[in-house]
Ligand binder design. Structure first.
Ligand code: BQZ
Ligand code: CA
Length: 698
């Protein structure tokens, strides 16, 4: 275009755009009601005291083979000496099938691969419940789905109880006394303090699941009072939400006796060497959980055997777990569903709707090996804009220009208007499974309020009008909008948005394809960047993305009371998609500042339930009106578990306060003698000494 023509063109453009904008932007409304879906099972609601207590019992028991091969031969102390003074005792009345028997195996299948055992320094074990079974945390949230709403609070775990100071700023936690790691070394506040001081607080270390100091409140401190007591100090009074953050996966201390000598502060190691000091081949990694890894074959299997020092028992004094072995077949997530349906695996969280119809059919057959129970709609996908414009993830010129657009409400609206959620949902599964999800709190969240939810319906015309308003028009006629001429560095070029997502999960890749196609149809050139495993996690954590398509990871948008701090960028690293820039500051948008205030007020209002409800209405309004994230779809998931397992709590959701693998309380599952199979790979054996060439011992 010649210079002389420019002003005229500009005038023409402006007039058309404002005309279009006025005429064509469809006003927002409330989201439509989800289709009726009632295949759900319900819990027996109880209080914490109905589930467990901590007390000494008159006698303790263990599997016969263990007494015979290990205790009688002097290889292990008697069970009473391996247990803490007052073990955690599960109440019989809360176990649907009662006191169990020993034996058999839970055969998991997972899509992830272990990076190594240093969870505390950010290594993933492959998900699917391995880490949940290995690492015990100060508190526990999975089983909370069965608590009466008025009795809702985290379960005690490594922290057996806690008391608040009168002013609510200090929280004293008593740790389980006399418990031991699976290699027999005592567990103490040293383990907790090493995790806190040298992992959470050390800026060079990012624990798996992203625990940062702010996860537990800005300004929070922690100190050890003695071997079994720790004391938290909070800036604000009674921030009870943080007790939820002390559960899986953000406060699960590792064995300081192995980790500390490898940490750069206490050795000549670099941070990388510390992180990688315990590769997957390192066997018998000491755990506080019920099972210890004793065998690893790459791309094949991880086998875990019972922890002889496990510190939980049933009311009859039987040391848990009942199941002697747990296996993780290293396969794919889709195969997890298939193997559970076929009975070659024992467990899946059925969460990829692409397989729902088939799975429902199979589970209805009388010889089906597994039972299937749907829970509430607890899975949702969101397309998240990177909202940092001050350097997080070191964007290049193009990426920086996209960030600036992301921070513009008209641009976020333009994106949300082109998403046809109905057809996206139906492309995953036909039937009543998926619902339109505008973003923010889930419909099945106790805090959801439809009237406070702003839904921008599918309207490509509205999107075009908004894009034009931003000067984003297709100036070179290739079907994709271009950056305005004056955009630094990329002026006149096609706008390109890179969407980062998971390449391994069918639903993620299906949604990625659908979203990209819908954006392209509306003239927005979107390019998928589908990654997997550790690469995906580190890309997200480092902020190296324009937009991110993902299954919402935390449960904060569902339960609200936990991970509450990550509902908004309340700290430099609490938000998934808006973190501090290179200078350490957060460049919050005005609506984000309001969200931060609301979230902080919510955290401090644990004594005022009515106020909490109102705060969350305001939160939802701000979130959805401002398109904080572009919601895509939400749906129910099912927990599928082999029929031979007893003590599966009724109504266990596959995800709510935590993953199903936590909620189902695997340490209490058992297989009645007449149904036991012969699946053990290392019968009558126990974990050996921690080390590279370890393995089970007999
Ligand atoms: C459940 C879960 C247990 C991680 C992972 C995985 C990672 C995420 C998330 C889920 C898997 C299963 O989820 O899909 O059903 O078994 O493991 O931890 O998707 O990519 O980073 O947060 O937990
Ligand atoms: Ca173009």
């Amino acid at each position: 275009m010649s210079r002389r023509l420019q002003p005229l063109a500009a005038v023409l453009m402006l007039s058309t755009f404002s005309g279009v904008a006025r005429a064509d932007i469809v006003p927002p409304t409330v989201p439509p009601d989800p289709p009726k879906f009632s295949a759900q099972s319900t819990p027996n609601f109880v209080t914490v005291d109905d589930i467990l207590t901590f007390e000494a019992l008159p006698a303790y028991h263990e599997p016969e083979w263990l007494t015979k091969n290990f205790v009688s031969t002097g290889k292990l102390p008697p069970v009473k000496d391996r247990l803490p003074k007052e073990p955690l005792v599960y109440k019989k009345a809360n176990m649907v099938d009662g006191i169990g028997v020993y034996g058999d195996v839970l055969r998991h299948v997972i899509g992830g691969r272990p990076e190594g055992w240093n969870y505390q320094a950010g290594q993933a074990q492959g998900w699917g419940g391995i880490d949940i079974g290995m690492f015990e945390c100060l508190t526990r949230t999975g089983p909370l789905f069965q608590l009466k709403p008025e009795a809702l609070e985290p379960l005690p775990n490594l922290a057996r109880d806690w008391t608040w100071s009168e002013d609510g700023h200090r929280l004293t936690m008593r740790l389980i006394e006399g418990a031991k790691w699976s290699d027999g070394v005592p567990f103490s506040s040293d383990d907790v303090m090493f995790y806190w001081n040298d992992n959470v607080l050390d800026p060079n270390v990012t624990p798996t699941n992203g625990a940062s100091p702010e996860t537990f409140g800005v300004g929070t401190t922690l100190k050890a009072i003695d071997d079994n007591t720790i004391e938290w100090t909070f800036r604000d009074a009674f921030p009870k939400s943080f007790i939820y953050a002390m559960a899986y996966g953000t406060f699960c201390p590792g064995p300081a006796h192995l980790l500390k000598p490898q940490h750069p502060k206490y050795s000549k190691n670099t941070y990388d060497q510390y992180r990688n000091a315990f590769p997957p081949e390192f066997m018998n990694w000491p755990v506080m959980g019920a099972w210890v890894p004793v065998e690893y074959r790459p791309d094949d299997i991880i086998v875990l055997r019972r922890n002889p020092y496990y510190w939980k028992v049933d009311e009859a004094g039987n040391q848990l777990p009942y199941l002697d072995e747990v296996q993780y077949k290293l396969s794919t997530w889709a195969n997890r569903d298939m193997m559970a349906a076929a009975g070659t695996g024992d467990y899946t969280n059925l969460e990829q709707p692409e397989g729902y119809v088939e799975a429902l059919k199979r589970s209805a057959e009388p010889d089906a090996p597994a039972r299937l129970a749907f829970g509430p709609r607890t899975i949702a996908y969101t397309l998240y804009p990177n909202l940092s414009a001050n350097g997080w993830g070191e964007p290049d010129v193009r990426a920086q220009a996209v960030r600036e657009l992301n921070r513009n409400i008209d641009f976020r609206k333009a994106i949300t208007y082109v998403i046809d959620r109905k057809s996206l949902g139906e492309s995953l599964a036909k039937g009543p499974f998926t619902a339109i999800y505008p973003g923010g709190l889930y419909k099945d969240s106790p805090y959801y309020d439809k009237a406070s939810t702003v839904y921008y319906p599918f309207s490509p015309e509205s999107s075009s009008a908004l894009l034009a308003k931003l000067g984003l028009v297709d100036t070179d006629g290739d079907g994709f909008v271009n950056f305005p001429k004056e955009t630094p560095g990329v002026g006149g070029q096609n706008l390109k948005i890179i969407i980062t997502g998971d390449s391994q999960i069918v639903t993620d890749t299906d949604l990625m394809q659908g979203v990209i196609a819908q954006l392209q149809k509306a003239g927005i050139e979107a390019i998928p960047n589908s990654l997997q495993g550790a690469t995906l996690t580190s890309t997200e954590q480092a902020g190296k993305f324009d937009w991110m398509l993902m299954r919402n990871v935390g449960s904060e948008l569902l339960t609200v009371v936990q991970n509450t701090a990550s509902l908004a960028p309340t700290g430099p690293r609490t938000s998934l998609f808006h973190r501090a820039g290179t200078d350490g500051s957060l460049d919050l948008l005005p609506y984000e500042e309001k969200m931060v205030d609301i979230v902080n007020a919510f955290i401090l209002s644990s004594k005022d339930p009515a106020k909490r409800v109102e705060l969350m209405k305001d939160y939802q309004k701000l979130y959805t009106e401002n398109v904080n994230g572009v919601g895509l779809t939400e749906y129910a998931a099912a927990l599928v578990i082999g029929k031979r397992f007893a003590n599966v709590p009724p109504g266990t959701p596959n995800f709510m306060y935590n993953w199903g693998e936590d909620s189902v309380m695997r340490e209490r599952l058992y297989v009645p003698k007449d149904k036991q199979k012969d699946y053990e790979l290392h019968p009558a054996s126990l974990p050996g000494k921690p080390g590279m060439s370890g393995g089970p011992v007999q």
